[in-house]
Design a protein around this ligand. Structure first.
Ligand SMILES: NC(=O)C1=CN([C@@H]2O[C@H](COP(=O)(O)OP(=O)(O)OC[C@H]3O[C@@H](n4cnc5c(N)ncnc54)[C@H](O)[C@@H]3O)[C@@H](O)[C@H]2O)C=CC1
Ligand SMILES: O=C(O)C(=O)COP(=O)(O)O
Length: 524
């Protein structure tokens, strides 16, 4: 049974995929109302109100996934989530149209003074001359951030006969041409626009992007719109430029602090505001809730997520292709880690054959997670494996090669310790399974599963019998056994799979058999 905490107001209808599952219990309460139960939850669903902080995450040790029913994840400490091995997903497309429409509603309201006129008429006034507006037709619209919402705003602006100038450092000319907008530098947008609307995420680069310096580069009488994130337009600077008349008016759906409290902006007549309503439509809420509910359900069922913020995203098709390698890699990592139970500085994974054409980043993360699992007390998985490796000073690299050793695909994993190096090679054979085909310089062939016993010894007659006897005497049944050697009479290895785990005393007994050099138990 999985428990999902829905902390913000999320469409009931959208939660249906989760509600239908008999393996899921949904609790719809704010995180602060279930302080004493936080450790029970496997998934957390939020909008922009709940702050998913490091502190909250550390109170939720069972948490596996945070679903943001919306776009912006600035209320989620994604680095902390990654550190805790918690996947963060969002619903990037579901509220695009609603937010673009809201931006447009704000733009029309702003230049035609609709909110102010509305209040005036409701106050029994009839002041037509005070509310003379300007047309949108023929005006220059500056769009800063030309992603999903910015481009939908631009389409609507073109339909209104506006000229659209776009600044987005990641925008290709090709995409801009397709949408009939002109690509500009930030300074060009600032200089030419009658109205500027921002549609970027809030990042180090965009925080205060429209501050005093850049506002001074705008046309006198410019209108500004922010339906993206509070802080992209610096609020203090905005107050100054509204008061001195350089900025004719501003329409704000978002604020640096939400709610903004008694902010000076709210006292200015040329500022119109809404309480973060961009995504608040029935349609958008249904879309985003359905999207995250479906993804969370899939994830809890062990399937891939498609809109993860802190994992490489995979389509279902690609996931199905890599799944076998992903499992094989994890097991190889676990074996290597237990074999080299010493400090490790560097690991390298090499892909050859069909696997080399797949999304190997994901496979490498799985391998690293398997490798770190026996070494790390806290949760380690594909989400945080790279971060934990880095924290522990383990460098890791990916290579590609043509050496398949006769298999259709081959993954090699080399671990460099202070004194020695260990290499394991594995392959996945469809309809047969995972096989380890090379271990520390020996050709071998075994399934990486269950309780394994690895022995390095001198190749002498009777070695197998001696090991079999000791195990038999201690009631340990051998399920399978594989041997390998470099040359007759030289160094040899045995890999046994056992029906139960070995205790350390028995391991000690085995290591004392003459000509046995190394004994290791490996659990996969
Ligand atoms: N008011 C509301 O209720 C809602 C607000 N939003 C917010 O709207 C914003 C845009 O959302 P989407 O269009 O879905 O995101 P998106 O990711 O599709 O687009 C963002 C664009 O900003 C561009 N960008 C990034 N850094 C930039 C910079 N320094 N200068 C200029 N451009 C930059 C990116 O290249 C990208 O094209 C986000 O902040 C999101 O959180 C989204 C939905 C609802
Ligand atoms: O999706 C976004 O980025 C939004 O800002 C929408 O926020 P909300 O879900 O309405 O609290």
């Amino acid at each position: 049974m999985f428990r999902v905490l829905v902390s913000d107001s999320i469409s009931e209808e959208g939660l249906a995929p989760l509600q239908k599952s008999e393996h899921i219990e949904i609790v719809q309460k704010h995180v602060t109302e279930v302080e004493d139960r936080l450790h029970e939850f496997d998934a957390l669903l939020v909008r922009s109100a709940t702050k998913v902080t490091e502190e909250l995450l550390s109170k939720m040790p069972n948490l596996k996934i945070v679903g943001r029913a919306g776009v912006g994840v600035d209320n989620i400490d994604v680095d902390a989530a990654t550190k805790h091995g918690v996947v963060v997903i969002n619903a990037p497309n579901g509220n695009t149209i609603s937010t673009a429409e809201h931006t447009f509603a704000m733009m029309a309201s702003l230049v035609r003074h609709i909110p102010q006129a509305h209040i005036s008429v409701k106050s029994r006034e009839w002041n037509r001359s005070v509310f003379v507006g300007t047309e949108l037709h023929g005006k220059h619209l500056g769009v800063i951030g030309f992603g999903r919402i910015g481009s939908e705003v631009a389409k609507r602006a073109r339909a209104f006969g506006m000229k659209v100038h776009v600044y987005d450092p990641f925008l290709t000319k090709e995409r801009a041409e397709k949408l009939g907008v002109s690509v500009c530098t930030l300074d060009e947008v600032l200089a030419v626009s009658d109205i500027i609307t921002v549609h970027t995420p809030l990042t180090k680069e965009t925080k205060g992007l429209l501050g005093e310096k850049n506002l001074a580069k705008t046309k006198k009488g410019v209108y500004l719109i922010n339906c993206a994130r509070g802080g992209i337009i610096d609020e203090q600077a905005l107050v100054k430029f509204l008061k001195n008349g350089h900025v004719a008016g501003a329409a704000l759906d978002v604020f640096e602090q939400e709610p903004p409290g008694d902010h000076p902006l709210l006292s200015l007549d040329n500022v119109i505001v809404t309480p973060h309503l961009g995504a608040s439509t029935v349609e958008a809420q249904l879309n985003v809730a359905t999207q995250v509910a479906e993804e969370v359900l899939q994830f809890l069922e062990g399937k891939p997520v498609t809109s993860s913020i802190n994992l490489p995203t995979l389509s279902k098709d690609i996931y199905e292709k890599i799944q076998s390698f992903y499992n094989l890699a994890k097991k190889m990592g676990m074996i290597a880690s237990q074999y080299m139970n010493v400090p490790v500085q560097e690991v390298t994974v090499t892909y050859a054959g069909t696997v080399a054409d797949l999304e190997t980043t994901y496979i490498t993360r799985s391998l690293l997670a398997g490798f770190l699992k026996p070494r790390v007390a806290s949760t380690v998985n594909e989400v945080n494996a790279a971060m934990i490796a880095k924290e522990r000073g383990i460098t890791f690299g990916e290579k590609f090669s043509n050496e398949t050793h006769g298999y259709a695909n081959c993954i090699s994993f080399t671990v460099h310790g202070e004194q020695n190096t260990f290499t394991i090679k594995g392959t996945h054979i469809p309809n047969y399974g995972d096989r380890i085909v090379h271990l520390n310089g020996f050709a071998i062939d075994f399934a990486p599963e269950g309780y394994l016993l690895y022995i390095e010894h001198q190749d002498r007659p009777g070695m197998i019998g001696k090991v079999g006897n000791v195990l038999g005497e201690h009631q340990v049944n051998i399920a399978t056994m594989q041997v390998g050697r470099q040359q007759a009479g030289g160094k040899a290895i045995m890999m046994l799979s056992l029906d139960k785990p070995l205790d350390d005393a028995l391991l000690e007994t085995l290591s004392k058999i003459e000509d046995i050099e190394t004994v290791k138990k490996l659990e996969v």
